[in-house]
Design a binder for this molecule. Structure first.
Ligand code: BES
Ligand code: MN
Ligand code: MN
Length: 474
């Protein structure tokens, strides 16, 4: 059997087993592996064990959970790793390349629960979409890798056409500290000729897409403290500082009304996209008004003047406040001056704007805004670098050919506004070419209520990955 026949029969196998692959994915989606909530640590581990068991069953070797808990990283979630490194050399006698398949099995919290049409951890199919937390980000997409490997093993007499390493983390949604430490200590276990990541989106339905850039980020917490304890606002209002007001004052000075970041020096380091990239972006099928109404749903779009929406999302740094806590938020009224208040603030970064530099500037600037009577703490919760991938390698060509075989169309190259912290390490520390081939859709509601995965894209993704794995070797 030559390679083409192998790939064809693996694609056929995948098609014949679609219903079972979907049922298995539903079983995985029933496990609420919310990495940020300590009460779900057991569920996170169960999801890891579920994935490991299937990797073992399909024929991967050295399947194991790697613990990531350490003194610097208490309560880490396990990595699932495996490999299969026995691909037969090509006709020229050269060894086959090694592909690193990366994904994550952890998910974001599902709240607000009442906005879900069906409960987040009871997967349900409606109108050709699979609804559940993690359906597309990233359990469903990670499962495509597992199912593609299964199809190749099953039709190849227990062999694969390329060498494969698998690393699936359980902390992507909380910054990926565990996998980053593992990569620094045991990088050889992850080294491959190319990394394949399916954790991004297609630009539009039916439009095959490779993502060639991600934003980096710093995620911070600002704590403001005033009086020793909460105070009666009548007895002390007029004399005691108010930490919530202090935070409000600070937060409004981080950005101007139009969305320009006011932290000194931030824009000096920003690397602009090339003219070729900008030209490619303006040729993408993007309608600002339909984006506003269908995806955002606000009366107007906001953001830095002088840049297109896609530039603002993909190539400009931005700053967001995620939550403010403190004082009295129950029903009714309570006259209190809170003793402390906190705000969660993150920044999205772009190449050349490093997280360490940005965090230092952010911290200094926030501290400089501290009003009288208030003590401030600024803490970094997690961070990651932004990146732009090179597309000048044979793996990108194999990916576009695989996508053409499945979708019958040319691939578009886009960036993503989101972050996958470990990808910068793949590229910068391990020097691995990386292919980000994702099958989500713009309206899949990542991190939001009613997250979904278009079932047809789940199946097409498996086929494209079969073709990619079958196509990178000789
Ligand atoms: N899969 C997303 C990232 C993504 C989404 C990239 C869409 C490109 C397009 C990932 O799971 C994610 O949500 N990452 C977090 C990372 C953070 C918590 C460190 C993010 O971007 O907020
Ligand atoms: Mn993801
Ligand atoms: Mn995510």
């Amino acid at each position: 059997m030559n390679r083409n026949e192998w790939v064809s029969s693996a694609v056929q196998f995948a098609e014949q087993h679609e219903a079972r692959s979907l049922e298995q994915l539903k079983a995985l989606l029933r496990i609420p592996s919310v990495s940020t909530l300590p009460e779900h640590a057991g569920d996170v581990r169960r999801a890891a064990e579920f994935v490991a068991a299937e990797l073992q069953r399909i024929g991967m070797e050295h399947v194991r959970l790697i613990e990531t808990t350490s003194p610097e990283h208490p309560a880490g979630h396990p990595l699932v790793v495996a490999d299969w490194l026995h691909a037969e050399p090509g006709p020229d006698g050269k060894p086959q390349p090694t592909v690193l398949c990366y994904g994550h099995y952890d998910v974001q919290p599902a709240e607000p629960l009442h906005e879900w049409v069906s409960p987040p951890f009871e997967p349900e199919i409606r109108d050709g979409n699979l609804y559940a937390r993690g359906a597309v980000d990233d359990k469903g997409q990670m499962w495509m890798h597992v199912k593609a490997l299964e199809a190749l093993f099953a039709t190849g007499g227990g062999k694969l056409p390329v060498n494969v390493r698998v690393v699936i983390e359980g902390e992507e949604e909380v910054g990926g500290e565990g996998i980053a430490a593992y990569l620094r200590q045991q990088g050889e276990q992850m080294r491959a000729d190319v990394a394949l990541v399916s954790d991004t989106e297609m630009f539009a339905p039916e439009l095959p897409t490779l993502c060639v850039g991600l934003r980096g980020m710093i995620y911070t917490e600002i704590e403001a403290r005033g009086a020793r304890t909460d105070l009666h606002s009548g007895m002390y209002g007029g004399a005691a500082p108010n930490p919530l007001m202090a935070l409000a004052e600070i937060l409004t000075q981080l950005e101007d009304r139009e969305g320009r970041i006011l932290i000194p020096g931030i824009y000096e380091q920003v690397q602009a996209p090339t003219p070729a990239e900008l030209a490619a972006w303006s040729a993408l099928p993007f309608d600002e008004e339909s984006f506003r109404t269908h995806e955002v749903g606000s009366p107007a779009l906001t953001g830095e003047p002088g840049f297109s929406v896609l530039e603002r999302l993909w190539a400009r740094p931005t700053l967001e406040v995620h939550g403010i806590a403190g004082g009295f938020t129950g029903a009714g009224a309570k006259t209190v001056i809170p003793a402390r208040a906190t705000a969660k603030v993150s920044m999205r970064l772009v190449p050349d704007l490093t997280w360490s530099d940005t965090y230092e500037r952010f911290r200094q600037y926030v501290l400089s805004l501290c009003p009288p009577g208030i003590e401030l703490d600024v803490r970094l919760l997690h961070s990651g670098e932004g990146l732009v991938l090179s597309t000048d390698n044979p793996y990108v060509r194999v990916a576009t050919e695989s996508l053409r075989a499945v979708f019958g169309k040319d691939t578009v190259f886009v960036r993503g506004g989101g972050s996958i912290p470990i990808v910068a390490d793949f590229v910068q520390l391990l020097g691995m070419p990386t292919v980000m081939m994702g099958f989500g859709l713009p309206d899949d509601n990542l991190h939001a209520p009613n997250e979904k995965f278009h079932v047809a894209n789940f199946y097409r993704g498996i086929q494209a990955i079969v073709r990619f794995l079958g196509g990178v070797g000789a």
